[in-house]
Write a protein that binds this ligand. Structure first.
Ligand code: 5RP
Length: 242
């Protein structure tokens, strides 16, 4: 990395209150999973800086090829998730959250691997900027559904029977968006009246659906960045300090 680029990134990472708060949760020797997107990248930059400045052993796995490349670039030790049974901690972003800790994920197309890392992690921390806190899921984001190209029309018909109409995600040039696992993404609008627990279960029953972005009980902690170094912590964990 060029010196001036490295120094600008390091300065930004050092001053990033959200990233600092997230990495306070990482203990030496931990195995940490990282999700994909700008927010996860902020933490990866800050952790890279810490690892380069201190003797701080940590191993990571990443939910996408882009995240894995970033982890290596900042000097983190990346393991192949095919060889890892259990993670200590997951740090990830989200597209939208509600105050009862339900989340929409998948805006960056990594929903399948992100669910797998969440499942394998002893503890899960998600982070959002305050604009992503909504009264109900679907206010500002859509539900991402990863589907296999094989049988696409049939899978879409099954999804439609649940009352969900999806559009295939495309890139800027109009090309179909293809995930790291060679799946396609359907983006679906949600309404406040929908029963999200039921939709989650029903989507998982459709064979051509690989994964979806309703993360209704994964989060142990959600950090909300209100700007000006104000980080709010929404937690499912019991406070034992009293
Ligand atoms: C990727 C995700 C991301 O966590 C989500 O899209 C948020 O991304 P960003 O931090 O870039 O806003 O679910 O599949």
């Amino acid at each position: 990395m060029l010196w001036h680029k490295e120094s600008a990134l390091s300065e930004r990472a050092a001053g990033d209150a959200l990233a600092r708060t997230a990495i306070e949760e990482i203990r030496p020797g931990m195995f940490v999973g990282f999700g994909t997107g700008r927010t996860s990248s902020r933490v990866i930059q800050a952790l890279g800086l810490k690892v380069r400045q201190e003797d701080f052993p940590v191993r990571v796995v990443a939910a996408s090829e882009a995240t894995e490349a970033l982890c290596r670039e900042v000097g983190l030790t990346v393991e192949d998730f095919a060889t890892v049974e259990q993670l200590d901690l997951l740090i990830d972003g989200a597209d939208e959250i509600t105050r009862d800790m339900k989340m929409l994920k998948g805006g960056r197309g990594a929903v399948t691997r992100e669910r797998m890392l969440a499942w394998a992690s002893g503890r899960r921390i998600y982070m959002v900027v305050e604009e992503k806190v909504s009264p109900y899921l679907g206010t500002n984001s859509s539900l991402s559904i990863a589907v296999m190209p094989f049988g696409l029309a049939s899978t879409r018909a099954s999804i439609r029977r649940l009352g969900l109409n999806g559009v295939l995600r495309r890139g800027l040039a109009g090309e179909l968006y293809v995930t790291d696992n060679a799946n396609l993404i359907l983006d679906v609008s949600l309404a406040e009246s929908m029963d999200l627990d039921e939709i989650s279960v029903e989507l998982h029953r459709i064979p051509g659906v690989v994964e979806h972005g309703l993360f209704l009980d994964e989060a142990d902690v959600i950090l909300v960045d209100h700007g000006d170094d104000e980080i709010e912590r929404i937690s499912r964990e019991q406070d034992h300090s009293a």
